[in-house]
Design a protein around this ligand. Structure first.
Ligand SMILES: Cc1cc2nc3c(=O)[nH]c(=O)nc-3n(C[C@H](O)[C@H](O)[C@H](O)COP(=O)(O)OP(=O)(O)OC[C@H]3O[C@@H](n4cnc5c(N)ncnc54)[C@H](O)[C@@H]3O)c2cc1C
Length: 391
């Protein structure tokens, strides 16, 4: 009987264990997790509700995976959002769809997502080892050493996550081991991270707490050229900007901040309003009302401009500078991980060690928020289990 060890009890590792056992029923499967429970980070996702996937096509998933989306092409043909929706619907955790096609458990409780995965793990009689920290790997004798005991394996799946929110267990220790084994790792940076600004309205908390639906936000490079524009929700906080629009643009902003001290962004708070066509002064109040523009924002803008047209223009092109991000501690995902040049996209196997596979955020893949990171974790986990035995 062959033995498979899977390190990491997040969505990628749980699905890798389930897939390994479903596709190779005779194998002994060990799932090893350092925490006392599975899915510690999963518990916190989607504000405790777990945005587990998005009800979109494979192509739309790939378009939302900002780094290395094409790598997922094959794995999504094995396991995609429809497979995820079916899995949870069939395993006692039905899902519902919200705006932007985001899927959540109908109970609005991330714990139910973990419970569904946990039930399947028990049903398939996967050997679960909680409170078990893998401290070392030996690829010659195919052994892993844990805080508890050593395990010998025929195949090994690493699903130990990125390095954000280290208190959830994903502290990057496996990245260090892999470097010692010459499995290349790309540079690690925060991704999907809130943005920090020194603008007066941020420092004096004038607009703190205002949230907006579907504003249009643009990032400019140092030559003033717009490099990305998107429309999504935005939140003004005590430190700067958060919400999906800010998180998504953080990828470009981090790249720019490596070369310049701050980055210019513009926000169109009234993207549906067409200027100058709709600027008859009588329309002004209607426009502000129809577009739900908060009074606090209008009062702030009025400090500098006077006419109705100027106010509307400023609402359409509100500029500010970003000089930093909230870093790994507040990032949702890690940009960087196992170098994909050395991983087979069809099987998730290492091209260096044929007995080794990878899944989830440990790989150099990161997506926008909206359910795409968990989708990537579940899909790559499924594929790792599916192809575990093909050498
Ligand atoms: C606050 C927050 C909210 C988020 N919300 C969403 C969302 O709603 N939708 C979405 O798609 N994505 C969301 N994400 C991102 C998503 O949670 C991750 O991309 C996803 O959990 C990655 O899954 P994973 O299994 O690869 O890694 P993880 O979930 O990090 O799991 C890795 C596991 O490996 C274990 N481990 C690590 N090293 C060892 C070791 N040496 N020995 C034993 N065990 C080890 C860890 O304890 C951990 O449990 C969110 C992230 C954060 C921080």
């Amino acid at each position: 009987m062959k033995t498979v060890c899977i390190i990491g009890g997040g969505p990628a590792g749980m699905m890798a264990a389930i897939s390994t056992k479903l596709n190779n029923p005779s194998f002994q499967v060990h799932l090893i997790e350092r925490n006392k429970m599975l899915g510690q980070k999963l518990r916190l996702t989607g504000g405790g509700r777990c945005n587990v996937t998005a009800n979109v096509t494979n192509e739309e998933v790939i378009a939302s995976v900002v780094k290395n989306g094409r790598f997922l092409y094959s794995t999504l043909s094995n396991y995609n959002p429809q497979s995820i929706i079916e899995f949870f619907n069939q395993n006692g955790c039905p899902l519902k769809m919200e705006d932007h096609f985001r899927m959540f458990p109908v109970t609005d409780n991330a714990v139910d997502i973990i419970a569904a995965l946990n039930r399947k793990i028990n049903e398939l009689k996967i050997d679960l080892h909680l409170n078990t920290y893998v401290t070392n790997l030996d690829f010659v004798s195919k052994q892993l050493i844990t805080s508890d005991k050593s395990y010998t394996f025929d195949y090994l799946v690493l699903a130990t996550g990125g390095i954000t929110l280290p208190q959830s267990g994903s502290d990057g220790n496996m990245h260090e081991h892999l470097k010692a084994f010459d499995q290349p790792i790309t540079e690690l940076k925060p991704a999907e991270v809130p943005l920090v600004s020194n603008e007066r309205f941020i420092q004096e908390k004038i607009l703190q707490g205002l949230s907006f639906k579907d504003v249009k936000m643009t990032v400019y490079n140092e030559n003033g050229k717009a490099i990305r524009t998107l429309t999504h929700d935005l939140l003004i906080t005590h430190f700067g900007l958060s919400g999906p629009a800010a998180l998504r643009l953080s990828f470009d902003i981090i790249e720019l901040l490596e070369k310049q001290k701050d980055v210019l962004v513009s926000i169109d708070f009234i993207p549906r309003v067409n200027l100058p066509m709709e600027v008859k002064s009588m329309d002004y109040k209607d426009i502000l009302q129809n577009e739900n523009v908060p009074k606090r924002l209008i009062d702030y803008i009025k400090e500098d401009v006077l006419t109705s047209y100027e106010i509307l223009s400023k609402l359409k092109n509100f500029t500010m500078k970003i000089h930093d991000t909230r870093g790994f501690k507040r990032a949702f995902v890690t940009n960087g991980g196992i170098h994909l040049k050395y991983v087979d996209p069809k099987t998730m196997k290492s091209k260096i060690y044929p007995f080794l596979s990878f899944a989830g955020e440990l790989l150099d893949i990161n997506a926008y928020t909206g359910g795409f990171n968990i989708t990537s974790a579940l899909s790559t986990g499924y594929t790792a289990g599916l192809y575990i035995d093909n050498e």
